[in-house]
Design a protein around this ligand. Sequence first.
Ligand code: NZQ
Ligand code: ZN
Length: 390
Amino acid sequence: MLGNFSYCNPTKLYFGDEALKYLNDELPKYGANVVLIYGGGSIKKNGIYDEVIEILEKNGKNVAEISGVMPNPTVDKLYEGVEIARKHNADMLLAVGGGSVCDYAKAVSVSVHCGEDPWEKYYVRFEEPECETLPVGCVLTMVGIGSEMNAGAVITNPHTHQKIGHVFADEKIMPRFAILNPKYTLTLPHYQMVSGIYDIFNHICEQYFSGEDDNTSDYISEGLMRSVLHSSRIANKDPQDYEARSNLMWAATWALNTLVSRGKSTDWMVHMLGQSVGAYTNATHGMTLAAVSLPYYRHILPYGVQKFKRFAVNVWDVDADGKTDEQVAKEGLAAMESWMKELGLVMNISELGADEGMIEGIADGTLIMPGGYKVLEHDEIVEILKESLK
Ligand code: NZQ
Ligand code: ZN
């Protein structure tokens, strides 16, 4: 492990089917004015809304609501929420929902007391907040993105076709607490469940496929990936299997709570490609990743053969005997492809609504990250996206 780094993660987690009761321990730490943030209504259908409201009332909170936070939350919705939080003189933000709701709460948190346009400041200029920020708590209902224990907040600007993630530097932007009840995820549609599963797996890949030193983070990542594969196969057959869903929930949190990125330069190009596809199609996040992954990994494989070989052997149990390194590496990706198809993931961007005419725009909107095995040129991005259409 050759890097220099610091590590601090202040988010307190409450895990298990009784986790919500600990909201009673957390709420007294904050002022009376709470803004409850949620999505399009799933929490009203499955009863989580009523449970949360009851606890808020019991704790004497004065509650305002921001509802209708859409998947891939938009900048216009952000402006609307900032106004609601300002009017309510909010002391804290309570996000109840999936990653979009949790990300959105963080974006509101850094914007309420900010005198500038938050899109320009945080998503165009990538600046850090200088103003006071609001504490965020999270009750998670969808598993995948890891927002419950990190400082990331992704916002989409449909006017400019940009979907941008800002990972804030200050750990106080991370949720102060997160309530993880695997039961809450049992009502997710299969499409969202498998999309989230691929998101978890790819978060680990994005950090794993970088660097050449012997790094503890890679061993942890391999363990996490094996756990995700195991549980995903059980959950795919029986989505009501609590044990599998609970393992997926826990793996998702550890996949992107900054632990396995320690000492790594990290890649993140699948996410940059996927997010740009998302900006054009508004497709489900995990599916955009699935649709571009294999063309991307096959493209960079020659630059990172040893790591792809290790991935094949340690994650996919490929037998390396009598084969070249490249053969083993390719077999690993073939095994990944079979698993992705078994889950029913979307394997090309055409199915998500992208077409040939969008390719240049999607390529222009793809941020190029320098940490992986190959720093992509614009032409390579176009080539990968064209391959992803098939
Ligand atoms: O809006 P409601 O009605 O709640 O429905 C949601 C939504 O339609 C539904 N859902 C959530 N929990 C449910 C449920 N339906 C039934 N039962 C439940 N228990 O699921 C749909 C998708 O929810 P969403 O929050 O959009 O999904 P996800 O958690 O995948 O979040 C996606 C967003 O996270 C960003 C993505 O780009 C995207 O904007 N990301 C954030 C990251 C971070 N903070 O670190 C990193 C990720 O790579 C990702 O980019
Ligand atoms: Zn992701």
